[in-house]
Design a protein around this ligand. Structure first.
Ligand code: MN
Length: 193
């Protein structure tokens, strides 16, 4: 992925009522755009000129370059996994098999993932990620951290920074988490595995 602001494949109002147009306009147009601008300011002289987000996140020490590149990469995974009318409402193919093998069932996976998203202290991201041998893990990552920095492959992520849900759900993070499952496009997500 390059470091520019991604275009969303849907309009700001398209994910209502799960995520409002106001939330999308703020989250993509302001928060993500700020990370893009801050990374552009931090890159010159850092040694990461011309590198992809994945290369930066895998190699940069913790600091402004890692934090802003990480937040751009994390938001790209987050926004691009949603659809107003998902083509697949549950995991498909190899990912469906791996989820059943690891967690017992899709419902059991959803329960564990949701509990880890609700229980993450402070700002961060919850991820489903794959190891090199294809086994699955749920990760709780603080701030801008992500599975690529740990050598894993990112598959699914929930943003649990307050800016992701406060306009629509106030402090009710579990309600936001529960609603997000309805707009996940499992065709896109399964393709990441
Ligand atoms: Mn966010």
């Amino acid at each position: 992925m390059d470091t520019r602001l991604i275009e969303l494949p849907y309009g700001y109002g398209a994910l209502e009522p799960v995520l409002s147009a106001e939330t999308l306009a703020l989250h993509h147009g302001k928060h993500l755009n700020t990370y893009v601008n801050n990374l552009a300011a931090a890159i010159p002289g850092s040694g990461f000129e011309g590198k992809s987000l994945e290369e930066i996140v895998a190699a940069a020490p913790k600091g402004p370059v890692f934090n802003n590149a990480g937040q751009i990469l994390n938001h790209n995974f987050y926004f691009l996994q949603f659809a107003p009318a998902p083509k697949a409402k549950e995991p498909v193919g190899k990912l469906a098999e791996a989820i059943d093998r690891t967690f017992g069932s899709f419902d059991a996976f959803k329960k564990e993932f949701s509990a880890k998203a609700a229980g993450l202290f402070g700002s961060g991201w919850v991820w489903l990620a794959a190891t090199k041998d294809g086994s699955l893990e749920i990760l709780q990552c603080q701030n801008a951290d992500n599975p690529i920095a740990a050598g894993l492959t990112p598959i699914l992520t929930f943003d649990v920074w307050e800016h992701a849900y406060y306009v629509d759900y106030r402090n009710r993070r579990p309600e936001y988490i529960s609603a997000l499952w309805n707009i996940l496009d499992w065709e896109v997500i399964s393709g990441r595995f």
